[in-house]
Ligand binder design. Structure first.
Ligand SMILES: [Zn+2]
Length: 84
């Protein structure tokens, strides 16, 4: 099955992306996220589980339960397990 880009219908390629999220004036960087990137328009798509992990990190960050501002996808996995 070949997935198509929801924006332009272009071809998607597996890739690693970096997500920058501004929270209360502080930049949270999540690196090395598995994603699919459109070869045509550059739209990046992360799967549902990855998105949930990102949301969890953002919540923890907002509540000052974590202080670091840079994560890799691997650390998200470790933290999601530890915080569950
Ligand atoms: Zn596209």
């Amino acid at each position: 099955m070949t997935l198509k880009c929801p924006v332009c219908g272009g071809q998607l390629k597996k890739d690693k992306i970096r997500e920058d999220v501004w929270i209360d004036g502080e930049l949270l960087v999540i690196d090395n996220l598995p994603a699919k990137v459109c070869l045509h328009c550059g739209e990046s798509i992360v799967d549902y589980n990855t998105m949930k992990k990102i949301e969890k990190i953002i919540q923890k960050f907002k509540h000052k339960e974590i202080a670091s501002t840079k994560f890799t996808a691997y650390e998200i996995d470790a933290m999601a397990t530890a915080l569950a």
